[in-house]
Design a protein around this ligand. Structure first.
Ligand SMILES: [Zn+2]
Length: 219
């Protein structure tokens, strides 16, 4: 038993680390949940950085953080890291954004980063895409960058960069369990689920999988 667990640790250390940078608690599960679970199953260590928290509704920020911890656990990721920039005002806090992201990048040293993409109807998501790319450039991030879209993920096809799909057929139920960890967002997630399932299924056609998540990819 002991030898087996040590072997597991060695496999994890060899496979590398990934970092998902998410504006809000739930973005990581909606856009990258299957990808996180698939990588963890493959021996990767997965980290999630959540940029904003909602300070307008008393108590809601703490509830959403707890939900995010549960979702990360369901996906096999490490406990999430929170930066606490005010929700809907990400673009007004470039210094806090840059400091928070750079610190986590230095600590985690990921081989793969998953970041919002610039084509999305949510303004925080768009701001994170632009500011995130700037931070990665400034620190000379040497790894792979994958950009995702939460709202209307088919919009990724409109971007100028190559598409990349990651098969999640064996992890769709794990992704569903992670999204179910967000009862405070149940209405939005219920509405998005139909679109997500369809997108994951169509992306699967591109990757010879039943289901896949789709990203735009830049080196
Ligand atoms: Zn979001």
């Amino acid at each position: 038993m002991r030898a087996r667990s040590l072997k597991g640790k060695a496999k994890r250390a060899a496979a590398g680390r990934l970092l998902v940078i998410a504006c809000h608690p739930d973005d990581e599960s909606i856009a990258c949940g299957g990808t996180i679970a698939a990588h963890v199953a493959d021996g990767w260590e997965a980290h999630v950085l959540v940029l904003t928290s909602d300070a307008r509704t008393p108590g809601l920020a703490a509830i959403r953080k707890r939900e995010c911890r549960d979702a990360c656990e369901a996906l096999g990721a490490q406990p999430p890291i929170f930066v606490d920039i005010p929700e809907r005002r990400l673009s007004q806090h470039p210094d806090a954004f840059a400091a928070g992201v750079a610190k986590v990048l230095r600590n985690v040293r990921p081989r793969k980063v998953f970041l919002h993409g610039p084509i999305d109807i949510n303004r925080d998501h768009r701001a994170a895409a632009l500011m995130g790319r700037q931070v990665l450039r400034n620190i000379g991030y040497p790894g792979e960058l994958y950009q995702y879209c939460v709202w209307f993920p088919t919009n990724i096809a409109l971007g100028p960069y190559p598409l990349r799909t990651i098969g999640i057929s064996s992890y769709s139920s794990c992704k569903d369990r992670a999204m179910a960890c967000y009862p405070s967002q149940a209405g939005i997630i219920r509405q998005l689920r139909f679109l997500l399932r369809a997108t994951n299924r169509v992306a699967g056609l591109l990757s010879r999988e039943r289901d896949a998540e789709v990203f735009s990819r830049r080196q």
